[in-house]
Design a protein. Structure first.
Length: 141
């Protein structure tokens, strides 16, 4: 099961009947995210495979497998910035040990995103998940 922040998004999506309202909520989540420092927007943090510009900069707090994962993220597209916020709610605060157990596709299906995003946005979302999982794999002790 996902953490409380992601569960809150799931509950909000269940409450909102209209997909237009859900898209607005995703955009609001993106607007609420703290801005990513411009210095972190480098080729190394850029996510390939997204139609929009997307950057993800991982951070670890602590050490070993109990180190907690977090990341800063940003995009030049508001809906994508919101999707980054959704991923942040899913992954932030998980230990390196827990990251491998998160089934992002299954969790995101709970939101119905797989049915309502364009193929380009879906591909971009998969690329962001792949980047987060790769970073987590690289940082595991």
């Amino acid at each position: 099961m996902a953490n409380a922040a992601f569960e809150e998004i799931v509950e909000t999506f269940e409450f909102l009947d209209d997909w237009e309202d859900r898209y607005r909520h995703v955009i609001e989540l993106g607007r609420a995210m703290p801005p990513m420092e411009e210095a972190l927007k480098t080729p190394a943090t850029k996510v390939d495979g997204c139609a929009s510009q997307v950057w993800i900069h991982p951070r670890l707090e602590g050490s070993g497998e109990s180190a907690q994962f977090d990341f800063a993220g940003d995009s030049d597209a508001m809906i994508v910035r919101g999707l980054i916020a959704v991923l942040h709610a899913l992954y932030a605060g998980a230990s390196l040990r827990e990251l491998g157990d998160i089934d992002a596709q299954a969790e995101l299906r709970r939101l119905g995103l797989d049915e309502h995003l364009s193929s380009q946005r879906s591909n971009g979302l998969r690329a962001m998940v792949a980047r987060i999982q790769a970073v987590a794999a690289e940082t595991r002790p």
